[in-house]
Design a protein around this ligand. Structure first.
Ligand code: OGA
Ligand code: ZN
Ligand code: ZN
Length: 396
C-alpha cells in the first residue's frame, strides 16, 4: 500500500493508522543493520533485509490488495543503503545500493514494528488469569442491547472476552437463534458435526454427554479436533430444572499453578500426548495432543481436556506413569473450589468463554420441576482478534 502522509500526527500504511508518538532524531548505518535514535532517548535496530522486505512503495505493495508483491530473494543478501536519512516529515528514507530502489518508513510504523525485546514484550497480549476470588471480585458483564447496537460497547466486550477468557451477557432476547445473531456481531460461526447452532437439551437419542441430564465434568469442547473451537457461546433460553449449575475454571491459571509447583507434571502435560476420540454413527474424530500447549516463547496458549472424549493413551511405556500423574494433578486441582467460578445460568444469560483456555462443566439436573434449554455455537479465536482490530481501526 502506498504510504499516505500529511502534516498531521498520524499516517496510514495498509489499512492501519500509525500515530507518531515519538520522533526519530538520527540514523546510524552499521554492517547489516541501522540504529535509529528516538527523541525519548530509546534506540531501535532494524536490519537492512528486514527494511527492504518491508518497503511500502507501490512497486513493492500492490495498492489493489495492499499485499506484498516484492520478494526478498530477488535482492542480494548483502543489500545496504547507499543513503539513509530522517526526512523533515520525520520519516526514515533509504536509497538502496541495489537498483537504486527508494523506500520511506513512517515514524509511527517503525515504532509499532520495532523488534527489540522490550517492544515485542510490550505488544504481547497477556491474559488476565483468574481464580474463584479474582473472578468474584470482577466478572466481565455486558448488556445485550449495548453490544448489539454500539460498536464501542462491542469492542469493550470483546477486549474482556480476549483478556479474561470469560464474560456474561445479560438480558439477551430468549427467542431461539439469538445466539447466532450475537456470535455474528463478531464474525463467522464455526460449524461442526453438532450443527451451526446446537441445542443443549436432554434427548433420548443423545450423541453427546452434553445432551443428557448427567453431570458434565470440567472439559473443553471438541478436543477431538485438530483446532478446538475458540469461543464458545452458551445462551440460556429456559432453566427451570433443578441443578444444572455451571462451573468454569481458568485452565491457564491451573497450568501456571502446576508450572510453579509441580514442574515434572508441567513437563508431562506439555510434552506427552493425550488421545481424544468422538465416535458417532456417521463420524469418527480423533486427535492426539498434549493437554497443555505452549508456544515457542514457552507461554501457555491452549488447554485441551474432556474426560468423556478420551481414547486410550498411546505413548512410550516409560512415560505412562508420568502422563497419568500430570493429568490427575490437573483435574484434581481444577476440582478445587478455590479455582472455580460457580454460576447458575438464568433465562436471558449468555455465557461466552475461550474454549481453548477455560474448562466448563455443569451439575446433573432433574427435569421434574421444569425444562432446561441452552443454545450454543462457536467462533474461532482468529475471528475475535480480527474483529477487535477492525473495530479499533473504525473507532480510531
Ligand atoms: C456443552 C456443555 C453445559 C451445560 O454443551 O458442551 O458443556 O450447561 N453444556 O449444559
Ligand atoms: Zn519498494
Ligand atoms: Zn461443553
Amino acid at each position: 500500500m502506498p504510504v499516505t502522509t500529511d502534516n498531521s500526527t498520524t499516517a496510514m500504511v495498509g489499512y492501519s493508522i500509525y500515530e507518531k508518538n515519538k520522533l526519530p532524531i538520527s540514523v546510524n548505518c552499521l554492517d547489516d543493520k541501522l540504529i535509529i535514535e528516538w527523541d525519548d532517548g530509546a534506540q531501535s535496530e532494524y536490519h537492512y533485509l528486514w527494511l527492504r522486505d518491508n518497503c511500502h512503495c507501490e512497486q513493492c505493495i500492490t495498492s489493489l490488495t495492499r499485499e506484498q508483491i516484492f520478494e526478498i530473494c530477488d535482492v542480494p543478501f548483502t543489500i545496504k543503503p547507499s543513503n539513509a536519512n530522517i526526512s523533515p516529515e520525520h520519516e526514515l528514507q533509504i536509497t538502496w545500493d541495489f537498483e537504486n530502489h527508494h523506500s520511506r518508513y513512517l515514524a509511527g510504523w517503525l515504532e509499532q514494528h520495532c523488534y527489540t525485546k522490550a517492544s515485542r514484550e510490550a505488544r504481547q497480549l497477556k491474559p488476565t488469569l483468574w481464580d474463584r476470588q479474582q473472578i468474584s471480585q470482577y466478572l466481565p458483564t455486558h448488556q445485550y442491547q449495548d453490544i448489539m447496537s454500539d460498536s464501542q460497547a462491542l469492542l469493550n466486550w470483546l477486549y474482556e472476552v480476549r483478556d479474561y477468557g470469560i464474560s456474561i451477557v445479560k438480558n439477551v432476547d430468549t427467542s431461539e437463534n439469538t445466539v447466532k445473531k450475537v456470535a455474528e456481531r463478531i464474525s463467522f460461526i464455526r460449524e461442526t458435526n453438532f450443527g451451526t447452532i446446537f441445542d443443549v437439551v436432554a434427548k433420548n437419542n443423545a450423541n453427546s454427554a452434553a445432551y443428557t441430564t448427567l453431570r458434565l465434568p470440567l472439559h473443553t469442547d471438541l478436543p477431538t479436533r485438530e483446532l478446538q473451537p475458540g469461543l464458545q457461546f452458551l445462551h440460556c433460553l429456559v432453566n427451570d430444572a433443578q441443578g444444572g449449575e455451571s462451573i468454569l475454571v481458568d485452565g491457564f491459571k491451573i497450568a501456571q499453578y502446576i508450572r510453579e509447583n509441580y514442574p515434572d507434571d508441567f513437563i508431562a502435560l506439555t510434552t506427552l500426548s493425550m488421545s481424544f476420540y468422538n465416535k458417532d454413527k456417521a463420524s469418527d474424530y480423533r486427535f492426539d495432543s498434549p493437554a497443555i500447549s505452549v508456544n515457542n516463547q514457552g507461554e501457555v496458549v491452549e488447554v485441551r481436556l474432556a474426560n468423556f472424549l478420551r481414547g486410550p493413551i498411546a505413548i512410550a511405556a516409560d512415560k505412562m506413569q508420568a502422563i497419568y500423574a500430570g493429568y490427575r494433578r490437573f483435574m484434581l486441582l481444577a476440582r478445587q473450589e478455590r479455582f472455580q467460578f460457580f454460576h447458575r445460568l438464568n433465562a436471558g444469560d449468555l455465557l461466552v468463554f475461550d474454549n481453548r483456555r477455560v474448562l466448563h462443566s455443569r451439575n446433573a439436573f432433574s427435569l421434574e420441576q421444569g425444562h432446561r434449554h441452552l443454545q450454543g455455537c462457536y467462533v474461532d479465536r482468529d475471528e475475535l482478534l480480527s474483529r477487535i482490530r477492525v473495530l479499533e481501526r473504525e473507532l480510531a
